[in-house]
Design a protein around this ligand. Structure first.
Ligand code: ZN
Ligand code: FE
Ligand code: FE
Ligand code: ZN
Length: 274
């Protein structure tokens, strides 16, 4: 199947301290690979110095926005650039995040779970903590947090929805508890009206497969949950990475359109040429 290029809504800037390239570099990379729409979604500020090293400071938000707006205006003939943010979902921070979202006209906000309590489970420096967890328990705790993130109604996109597998820790596929946690998570996403992100980032990580697992994609497609695509690029070379693999996976489950966002409103665009 031949696919139209679809929006890539997940990319970062050096403000998060673990990405390279400015907005123009990401935009130029997108133009080079034939994309017509992208969105920037750097790691948002979070309250109380939470996880400070991995995100922009609140004081950097204006320069982040200005940089995107300048690139957007300069390139508007060639590329649509949306203004987004990747906010963390961490219980107790909802009021802060809600206020931050209200403070600007975002095109979309991604809600991502990177923490179980204070364990940054996707951080290579916190790998040893896996030794203290039963894998199924970790999956259940993770999906419960993703479910709660959807229940807040704050997010347009649920980011990399099974990030917990990043380093290759696999829950038993027959575990009823994990199955039910997955299903509850999807029901909450369905009710929230958010899109579920299909992310190519996992293809570049030890797990070696996209987020989420095809079983989750299949079930989400059955439920009629909309999907968005994201490369989670932390360098310009990663823009659009794995797009065809992600679209092929979606198409194999009968998905025909993908989410596009403007001013927090979703519209669906077709993924394949007629
Ligand atoms: Zn990141
Ligand atoms: Fe993330
Ligand atoms: Fe990201
Ligand atoms: Zn991310």
């Amino acid at each position: 199947m031949i696919f139209n290029p679809v929006p890539d809504y997940h990319m970062h800037t050096p403000r998060c301290n673990h990405a390279t390239g400015d907005v123009r570099d990401y935009a130029n990379a997108a133009i080079q690979c034939g994309l017509t729409e992208i969105g920037m979604s750097d790691h948002s500020p979070m309250p109380g110095g939470f996880d400070k090293a991995w995100r922009m400071d609140r004081s950097e938000l204006p320069s982040y926005l200005k940089e995107i707006e300048q690139a957007r205006d300069a390139l508007s003939d060639t590329l649509t650039i949306r203004v987004g943010l990747e906010a963390d979902f961490h219980p107790g921070t909802e009021v802060y995040v809600k206020e931050m979202i209200a403070a600007y006209d975002w095109d979309y906000v991604i809600g991502s779970v990177h923490y179980i309590k204070d364990w940054g489970f996707d951080n290579p420096d916190c790998m040893q903590i896996w030794d203290t967890w039963n894998i199924e328990d970790a999956y259940c705790a993770y999906f419960e947090l993703v479910r709660q993130s959807a229940l807040t109604g704050l997010f347009n996109i649920i980011g990399h929805p099974d990030l917990i597998k990043k380093f290759g820790h696999r829950a038993d596929a027959n575990c009823k508890r994990v199955q039910s946690a997955e299903e509850s998570m999807l029901q909450a996403v369905l009710n929230s009206g958010a899109a579920l992100e299909v992310s190519s980032a996992g293809l570049r990580k030890p797990v070696g497969e996209m987020y989420p697992h095809k079983r989750i994609i299949k079930r989400a497609a059955e439920l009629g949950i909309p999907f968005s695509y994201g490369s989670d690029a932390h360098s310009p070379a990663e823009v659009g990475h794995g797009m065809d693999a992600c679209l092929n996976m979606l198409a194999s489950f009968g998905v025909k359109e993908i989410a596009s966002f403007k001013q927090r409103k979703m519209t669906m665009v077709p993924i394949n040429h007629a």
